[in-house]
Design a protein around this ligand. Sequence first.
Ligand code: ADP
Ligand code: MG
Length: 338
Amino acid sequence: EKSVARRPIAELSDQLISQIAAGEVVERPASVVKELVENAIDAGAGRIEVRIEGGGLRRIAVSDNGCGIPKEELPLALRRHATSKIHSLLELESVASLGFRGEALASIASIAGLVLTSRVPGADHAWSIGPEGVQPASGETGTRVEVTDLFFKTPARRKFLKSEATETAHCLREFEHAALSHPGVEMRFFANGRAVSVLPAQSARERANAILPHDFAQASREVFAESEGLKVSGWAGLPTAARSRSDAQYFFVNGRCIRDRMLLHALRQGYSDVLYNGAQPSFCLFLEVDPSQVDVNVHPTKNEVRFRESQRVHQFVFHAVEAALAPAMSGGQAPESL
Ligand code: ADP
Ligand code: MG
């Protein structure tokens, strides 16, 4: 038998625990963009601005005009497992906010420089928390989070990253996911000081047109169905507009962009056999489910969900997509009134 020099069991430091958690939550700069934008949305912001530099590695700054964080709670915002979004298991079962784990800011702060500046309505000025503790700061009502030198302390992770252009594209994609599902929020994305995406508050259709491929608007059908706690809306691209790449496929469940094999299967079934093998349909679908019918606590990145009645959701989405495409497939035109 192999002899090992046993080392004593010891508790990990809070810092190390956060760094380990960060490995799950923060895969790349885009993960930071996602978490910060989600926080802004949860704060009820009507305006969100994202600025990144160096693909997000040098700097990511997200500011919003949401509810802000009172000075006394700033240290808690950066603490692991501290959240204002749920306070019990019961609330977790029906969580409607995008966040609930209370670990994003703590994780990010453990592997990057992080300064959080916030001002609540009625306060004389803003306060910030960073390496020097809590200090008075300037700023309007809302919150601004500045993340610098991401992965500086974890060079192993940094090595896995791609070029600046690729990381910028991933950051933009996360921004667009949030933008698609929150069309009423004015949103802007800047990379290295250049405005890449400037979106006014608009309707869902206008927002989709601004983000989805140019040919999508002309070559798609509206999807809409509602039935006992389930609702789906959005657009499904015509089979004739299918692409070889799967880059225009968006599924949102309660405002969260998710990957789900069951939903993808239901959708493809809705296209029945009109899609050639390998052809990728374009679609952007928003599924609304009673929060108690869906478990969002599946993975730290919150990119996956589990449905209580998976089979029912499958049938629902399948029929909705099939009905939307039916006129197109039989060669006719979709009736105006549908
Ligand atoms: P979670 O979002 O899961 O609660 P986070 O670590 O992302 O965890 O944030 C911790 C807490 O900090 C949130 O619960 C929220 O109260 C507060 N917070 C973070 N970002 C913002 C923001 N942009 N505006 C207002 N409050 C925020
Ligand atoms: Mg959060």
